[in-house]
Design a protein around this ligand. Structure first.
Ligand SMILES: *Cc1c(COP(=O)(O)O)cnc(C)c1O
Length: 498
């Protein structure tokens, strides 16, 4: 049986194969692709503790991408999860204090998006071959800091592809910026915008949906695709680490096989935590998924009241990858929670675009609250979490992980829920050295960039990842900045299709 993918805003009759959905990225009606049925995972939980990450990933991908052959999936997994990762386990689970930390930061850009973006280019080029695709794939991405770099690391010099990345010039850390502007690869293009992430993302979505522009591209032999977490090919690989984490928990004696656990997930675009929800649907014993936000707490309010309201102040925080007010992947959850009602989902999303808010029905909210809890941590709370975890356990966490830790603590205090807690750790402390150093020292420090990295290493004594070691000798290759309304013109220029 082939599992098909339909748009959250479209007709189930128009469903596509997995490979076609990966190539499309976003559905032409503006919706996101979702499986038409619950995927059937061929995995015995009892075997999980002895499986390698590669085996778990292979099984998860097989469940979702049924039009890929076993050989194709194995080849993609092998090419993705290799010594680009600086830990042989790929996603080790460490235990500090009362918590387990799922370390998703051992890849090429030391943040969790490497897990999906090291495999997406392989899934995409395999999909292109399967679909006899002749056009050159242009990956168009808006990034709040981590996605763009991880996508470029994955796509750099992959034949038949180009990648164009837009990032908010003031919204990323010094390290993130340095990573971005030094990106290698003849097919990579980086453009800063004078605006925030939501503007970049909104404009990318508009450019995607512009039919005239699409035709213009096609006549020049190009077709857009997306490496943003709206691409189902991003989401599916992320399901694997929830299963792997569970196997490690059993292996470490934290739970008996079959007993449920909690995950606290630092959330922005809702891709990471949605993968956890898919894992639960596929049979993983998950008690609660805790949606942790920073000061941009639109999701906290949503899960408490059912009212999604993006009309609110936007805060630039020390966890920039979560500075998001329009959480794209939430649309997939809404679709599921409304009983796969595409009309209702479309109505909510149009309301959000037009008025800035929507209200789901009480019964739908109740359903969501059976699995999801939500909370947020201000800058003070995440600084406190970094300092406390370091002083108690000698373990340095980054500000995104710290938000998840602070919200997990709030949740436990409020509920006395004592299921084992996995803190999903999405970035290395070396990616945000100024913020981590300030938190550990208990006052703002002036240094940033490489100096901050060095000082942080003196404190925490953790070897520098390869990604950081080479960063500050690298040549600057990208220095274009445009206004948000000049993004389409920038693309035209890059692709030379004027
Ligand atoms: C992208 C990112 C997040 C948020 O993940 P979403 O899937 O967008 O919810 C959290 N932490 C880090 C470090 C990230 O890069």
């Amino acid at each position: 049986m082939t599992l098909l993918y339909r748009s959250t805003r479209g007709d189930a009759a128009d469903a596509l194969t997995a490979s076609a959905a990966i190539l499309q990225g976003l559905s032409p009606d503006g919706g996101l692709y979702v499986p038409t049925e619950t995927p059937q995972l061929d995995l015995d939980l009892k075997q999980l503790p002895t499986m390698t990450y590669q085996t778990v990933a292979t099984k998860v991908l097989k469940a979702f991408l049924t039009d890929f052959t076993d050989a194709e999936i194995s080849a993609c997994v092998k090419a993705a999860y290799d010594d680009k990762f600086d830990d042989p386990l790929i996603v080790p689970l460490s235990h500090h204090g009362d918590d387990y930390y799922l370390e998703l930061f051992h890849g090429a850009t030391i943040a969790f998006k490497d897990l999906a973006l090291s495999i997406l280019p392989h899934l995409m080029t395999t999909a292109a071959k399967k679909n006899h695709f002749k056009k050159e794939i242009v990956i168009l991405t808006a990034t709040s800091g981590d996605t763009g770099k991880a996508a470029m690391a994955g796509f750099a010099d992959v034949p038949g592809t180009k990648i164009i990345v837009f990032y908010p010039s003031q919204g990323v850390s010094a390290i993130q910026k340095q990573q971005m502007i030094t990106q290698v690869g003849e097919n990579t293009y980086v453009v800063a915008i004078n605006g925030n992430f939501d503007q970049a993302q909104t404009n990318v979505k508009e450019i995607f949906n512009d039919a005239d522009f699409k035709t213009q591209l096609a006549t020049h032999g190009f077709q857009f695709s997306s490496a943003n977490s709206i691409n189902i090919g991003r989401l599916v690989p992320q399901v694997a680490y929830y299963f792997y984490a569970y196997g490690q928990l059993v292996k470490q004696g934290a739970v008996k096989n079959g007993d449920p656990v909690n995950f606290s997930v630092p959330t922005g675009n809702f891709g990471d935590i949605l993968a956890g929800y898919y894992a639960k649907q596929l049979g993983l014993p998950v008690n609660r998924l805790i949606c942790a936000s920073n000061q941009n707490n639109v999701l906290t309010d949503f899960f408490q009241t059912g009212y999604y309201d993006r009309i609110r102040p936007f805060f630039t925080t020390t966890s920039p990858s979560m500075d998001i007010l329009v959480s794209s992947n939430l649309e997939r959850l809404i679709f599921l929670a409304t009983g796969e009602d595409a009309d209702q989902t479309t109505a909510y999303m149009h309301e959000l675009e037009k008025t800035g808010h929507y209200q789901i029905k009480p019964a739908v909210l109740k359903k969501l609250q059976m699995t999801f809890s939500a909370g947020f941590a201000s800058g003070d709370a995440d600084r406190q979490a970094i300092a406390t975890v370091f002083s108690k356990s000698d373990f340095a966490i980054d500000p995104h992980t710290a938000v998840a830790k602070a919200v997990a603590d709030q949740y436990r205090q409020a509920t006395n829920d004592d299921h084992p807690m996995v803190i999903v750790s999405t970035a290395s402390p070396y990616k945000f050295p100024n913020a981590v150093l300030s938190a550990i020292e208990g006052h703002a420090v002036e240094v940033d960039g490489l100096d901050a990295v060095k000082q942080l290493q003196d404190h925490i004594q953790v070897p520098l990842p390869k990604a950081i070691k080479t960063l500050f000798q690298a040549k600057i290759r990208h220095n274009t900045t445009v206004q948000p309304d000049e993004m389409q013109a920038a693309i035209t220029k890059i692709l030379k299709i004027e």
